[in-house]
Ligand binder design. Structure first.
Ligand SMILES: [Zn+2]
Length: 262
């Protein structure tokens, strides 16, 4: 059953879905260096899989369509390593707004951005806000790690390293569960628990950064030493379920004004 896929529709079916009040989920991902061990498509593989599975689940109880994944994001902080395709933050913001406006032109009034790459997050929220200011529509936006934080904590995902981190134990476990052939195991020879300096986090809502420190020391945040496919599959299932629940909640809010859980 793939009739929830926007891109499998025709202009006629999509027009009808727009008139029927369907929400459109737009998945955001990236193509960027992921250390020596993971493919540059890591965030896109993760984002596309979770968006497909979560939307398939949520579409049984709320009216939604899943748009194609935007596989190039804002990854300027990874360019110096190579293996990276990126928009600048201002281009990315504009692009998200114009994709939202394309949907508005097509008659859709409910837009949800679902993100799988940290560098996209500020522009995603801004685009969702700008679209709802400029048009009489509903918008929502979230990154998968925010939606699944408590479920992943219950599974002790942090034992892998940073969650989600970058190209460390957590992401490597997810890729091990999805496309193990794409992992360069011979490149994982780093000691376990070698947490790299990422962004010195500070209090929630603050930002502190230093030139060249936004990618971890070597373009990854922590060792992938302990990565485990079975645990990765468990984390992915938790992410899919948390995301599906949020999509249903947001769908109910957009359709009936039902309060969102905090
Ligand atoms: Zn990643």
């Amino acid at each position: 059953m793939t009739d929830f896929l926007f891109h499998h529709g025709t202009r006629e079916t999509l027009k009808r879905h727009a008139d029927e009040g369907y929400a459109v989920v737009v998945p955001l991902a990236a193509t960027e260096q992921h250390g020596p061990n993971l493919p540059v498509f890591t965030d896109s593989l993760i984002g596309e899989h979770l968006a497909f599975e979560a939307c398939k689940q949520a579409a049984t109880s709320t009216k939604l369509l899943l748009a194609p994944t935007l596989v190039v994001g804002c990854s300027q902080h990874h360019l110096a390593f190579g293996g990276t395709l990126s928009f600048t933050s201002s281009t990315y913001l504009l692009m998200l707004k114009e994709i939202g406006e394309s949907l508005v032109s097509g008659g859709f009034r409910k837009i949800i951005f679902l993100n799988a790459h940290g560098g996209n997050e500020p522009m995603m929220h801004q685009a969702a806000q700008d679209l709802a200011v400029q048009h009489d529509i509903w918008t929502a936006s979230a990154s998968y790690w925010s939606l699944s934080r408590s479920a992943l904590t219950e599974l002790h995902a942090q034992e892998m390293g940073m969650v989600p981190g970058h190209a460390g134990g957590f992401e490597t476990s997810l890729i091990a569960s999805l496309t193990p052939d794409l992992i360069r195991n011979e490149s994982i020879d780093r000691p376990a628990h070698s947490q790299r300096s990422w962004i010195n986090a500070g209090p929630p809502g603050s930002f502190v950064g230093k030139h060249s420190y936004l990618t971890g020391v070597d373009g990854y945040t922590d060792s992938a030493h302990q990565a485990d496919a079975a645990k990765g599959a468990m984390y992915m299932q938790a992410i899919i379920e948390s995301t599906a629940q949020w999509l249903v909640q947001v769908g109910n809010w957009m359709n009936e004004g039902v309060e969102l859980a905090p």
